[in-house]
Design a protein around this ligand. Structure first.
Ligand code: GTP
Ligand code: MG
Length: 271
């Protein structure tokens, strides 16, 4: 009998969720949503005024999901309008434009704004974050996949590369989002424990980025140009422990390790 009741409940259960979009003006928040809901793309920029609201129904594992989407305006001018919409949110799309570094760096301040506005009514840790690195159809990228992924995953966020223009990544992103929302509801409202990707620390992520982006070998190792052989070796060992391919599963760690070894070799050679 219990079994039957559970099955009936399972079928009848309709889930209502609220999703918001966040990110600087013009990064493509509205276009991502439009691409998914209406399967089309408009290249003319029509700034969202305040907030746009839409609702859509989807099915996940025979469960009906009623998805309320609050598409926020990115421009600071609209802060007063959007601030009240942060509450009671299950999931947030954090969108940046891969050709606009500032939009990537602003994501932190969007998190701050959200946290502030949610106040004590809700714990931000219970919100599911999906980072969308958007406009990947454009050629001149300013933020690499590695950098985007490292930032997202070191925070426990999901990371997707999207193009509202070509449609790439959009359905996959929403499908994963809906699956996770259902999982979350089955989990008593707590976001599912973030998967295996997170086998690395922020320290490791920062080391990888520095090694890859450092302008010269000194910078890669994080040492001064006057460093002695001893200092070079010490810096090397510290980083090697951090990045050893045997234990570091952060994306890019293997390459970084090779760069590190080469940097040390050539620095010692020139001393
Ligand atoms: P606000 O509502 O002002 O916060 O902006 P938004 O983030 O909603 O941006 P919107 O979706 O309106 O898109 C901004 C501009 O970027 C528009 O001109 C879009 O056509 C363009 N755009 C959006 N997504 C993409 C994309 O994936 N690729 C390219 N090439 N352009 C895009
Ligand atoms: Mg918009």
């Amino acid at each position: 009998v219990h079994g039957n009741i559970n099955i009936r409940k399972g079928f009848q259960k309709r889930l209502r969720v609220k999703i918001i979009s966040m990110g600087n003006a013009e990064v493509g928040k509205s276009c991502i949503i439009k691409r998914y809901c209406e399967r089309r793309f408009v290249s003319k920029y029509l700034p969202t005024v305040g907030i746009d609201y839409g609702v859509t129904k989807v099915h996940v594992n025979q469960k009906e999901l009623k998805v309320n989407i609050f598409d926020m305006a990115g421009h600071p001018y609209f802060f007063e309008v959007r601030n009240e919409f942060y509450r009671d949110t299950q999931a947030a799309l954090l969108v940046f434009d891969v050709c606009d570094r500032r939009s990537f760096e602003s994501l932190e301040s969007w998190l701050v704004e959200m946290k502030q506005e949610m106040g004590r009514t809700q714990n931000i840790d219970n919100v599911l974050f999906f980072v969308c690195a958007n406009k990947i159809d454009k050629v001149k990228r300013d933020v690499s996949t590695l950098e985007g992924r490292l930032w997202a995953e070191s925070k426990g966020f999901h990371y997707f590369e999207t193009s509202a223009a070509s449609g790439e990544g959009i359905n996959e992103m929403f499908q994963d989002l809906f699956n996770k929302l259902v999982e979350m509801s089955e989990n008593g409202g707590c976001p599912p424990v973030i998967n295996t990707n997170l086998g690395f620390t922020k320290e490791q992520a920062d080391a990888i980025l520095r090694i890859r982006n450092g302008r010269d070998n000194y910078e890669k190792l994080g040492i001064h140009h006057t460093a002695t052989r001893d200092e070079i070796n010490r810096a090397y060992r510290k980083l090697a422990v951090l990045l050893h391919p045997d234990k570091n599963v952060a994306p890019g760690s293997e390459d970084a390790f090779k760069i590190l070894v080469n940097a040390r070799t050539s620095l010692l050679h020139n001393k």
